[in-house]
Design a binder for this molecule. Structure first.
Ligand SMILES: Cc1cc2nc3c(=O)[nH]c(=O)nc-3n(C[C@H](O)[C@H](O)[C@H](O)COP(=O)(O)OP(=O)(O)OC[C@H]3O[C@@H](n4cnc5c(N)ncnc54)[C@H](O)[C@@H]3O)c2cc1C
Length: 451
């Protein structure tokens, strides 16, 4: 029986990557640790993010490749289709076991796993599931949730959680917002037969990625039935027969069976009653020092999407968590700079980038020269019959040191990590050209990109 009123070395809020990493490291050091989760154990990446979406992406990509290669030896390929309902069952074979496995592994490590909605009641105590837990340290690793949208009918918005659980794909979808999650879901939905429209308020979507490659991706998406509308500010969502109508600020409107949230995510801090712990949020964010410690209460640390310090990505959650664990166990040391972060939008084909974009280089006053081009005629891309592929590399003039790499194409999401390593090592074009890669692979195109 757990103590009703127990004292811990560490209480962790959230069973995702960040929370579990810190909990395990502190437990290994002999700390008494409890971990609280208010939904299924497992976190976003494993249950509602990276992993399940990549299952769908893999299947949609396999079907599309077979279709494209139908004239070149994949007999019957043209008749194949992406069966969303079957793929959903396959996805569940990955996600369904996670909550029990995550819980069991925590308990096997000697971490007390508690289900419930925690709320602070004092600077060193919180209440959860009818219990009061006192602790020397707390970690807020509650992740993120879709950014609130205050327009009429916003409650009708489905989220990426809903999308990844759709038993069948609706015949038409509208995304309000053109972030990476909207693009990824849109590409899957279109392959599953839906007519898709992305409604973006800004003039450009995917603003952190190279705009020329984004334009190519958007143009390619259009050939697949994915329309992008920019400069559209949603004003209201109205239910109507067969679905919903999204009304824009200038009176134009679009109709679809489902309307989805594509506006990005914000730290999930609702209901924690942080004021009882002496913490005041700043514009919805935890005020953090260089140790990821919460200003106002030095017992509390944060990591991952809840901290919101680095990009909201799983490897950053791990990076933060390791830094916090080190601070907890060895004394406070500042969160190390994360360095270049390769990231990918898992569209079909994927878009990826690392290091400076042209806009960021200009803003930083960094001179650059470009190596850029179409990759559709590269052998490795032609073999996959992929018509949409391109690259752009930024080099420092004179030294030819790599400053940034941006890729669109079938293997972009894998190759980008090599460029991330090159950036981290300060490599120049000559060193990259001299790198011996396995051949013939997507990576062996790197020297051709640098000609
Ligand atoms: C659709 C989608 C696709 C993504 N794809 C990628 C990708 O391809 N690559 C990538 O690197 N990243 C991706 N991400 C982002 C990635 O999932 C997150 O950056 C990562 O999961 C963050 O880990 P975390 O531990 O900070 O938070 P989470 O994994 O979100 O874990 C937080 C946990 O806290 C729980 N929680 C929330 N509130 C409370 C509370 N009050 N009390 C107790 N528990 C609470 C949540 O239920 C959750 O289990 C994706 C995200 C989404 C939504």
């Amino acid at each position: 029986m757990p103590d009703r009123d127990a004292t811990y070395d560490l209480v962790v809020l959230g069973s995702g990557t960040a929370g579990v990493t810190v909990a395990q490291r502190c437990r290994e050091a002999g700390w008494r640790v409890a971990l609280i989760e208010n939904r299924d154990f497992g976190g976003t990446c494993a249950l509602r993010g990276c992993e399940p979406k990549k299952v769908f992406w893999t299947i949609a990509g396999a079907v599309e490749r077979a279709q494209r290669l139908a004239p070149h030896g994949v007999a019957g390929g043209a008749a194949l289709r992406f069966d969303w309902a079957a793929a959903q069952r396959f996805k569940q074979s990955f996600t369904d076991p996670v909550p029990a496995q995550r819980r069991e592994s925590l308990e096997a490590a000697g971490i007390e796993a508690i289900e419930g909605q925690p709320r602070f009641v004092a600077p060193d105590a919180l209440e959860v599931a009818g219990r009061r837990l006192v602790a020397r340290r707390f970690l807020i690793a509650t992740g993120a949730h879709p950014a609130p949208l205050s327009i009429e009918g916003a409650a009708q918005l489905a989220t990426s959680d809903d999308f990844l659980d759709f038993p069948e794909m609706p015949d038409s979808l509208l995304f309000i917002g053109g972030g990476f999650i909207a693009f990824e879901c849109a590409h899957l939905a279109a392959r599953a037969g839906a007519k898709v429209r992305i409604l973006e308020a800004a003039e450009r979507p995917l603003e952190k990625f190279d705009p020329d490659l984004v334009d190519r991706l958007v143009a390619h998406g259009r050939t697949l039935g994915i329309e992008l509308v920019t400069g559209f500010k949603a004003k209201a969502i109205h239910p109507e027969a067969g679905g919903f109508r999204v009304e824009g600020a200038t009176g134009d409107s679009f109709q679809a069976a489902r309307v989805l949230h594509g506006l990005g995510r914000v730290p999930a801090l609702d209901g924690l009653q942080l004021e009882a712990a002496g913490v005041t949020l700043e514009k919805g964010h935890l005020p953090l020092d260089e140790f990821l410690r919460v200003r106002g209460n030095e017992r509390i640390f944060a990591a991952g999407d809840a901290a919101g310090v680095g990009p909201a990505l799983t490897p950053i959650a791990t990076h933060d968590a390791k830094a916090v664990a080190r601070s907890l166990l060895e004394g406070c040391t500042p969160r190390p700079e994360q360095g270049p972060v390769p990231s990918a939008v898992f569209t079909l084909p994927p878009l990826a980038g690392v290091g400076l974009t042209e806009a960021a280089a200009r803003e930083a006053g960094q001179a650059y020269e470009l190596r850029q081009g179409d990759m559709a005629e590269f052998q490795s891309v032609r073999r996959m019959a992929e018509p949409c592929a391109a690259y752009k590399l930024l080099l420092e003039p004179g030294s030819e040191r790599l400053l940034g790499a941006h890729l669109l194409g079938p293997e972009a999401a894998d190759i980008i990590s090599l460029f991330g390593l090159a950036l981290r090592q300060g490599m120049d074009a000559a060193a990259l050209r001299a790198m011996i890669t396995a051949y013939p692979t997507g990576a062996s195109n790197i020297s051709a990109m640098l000609k």
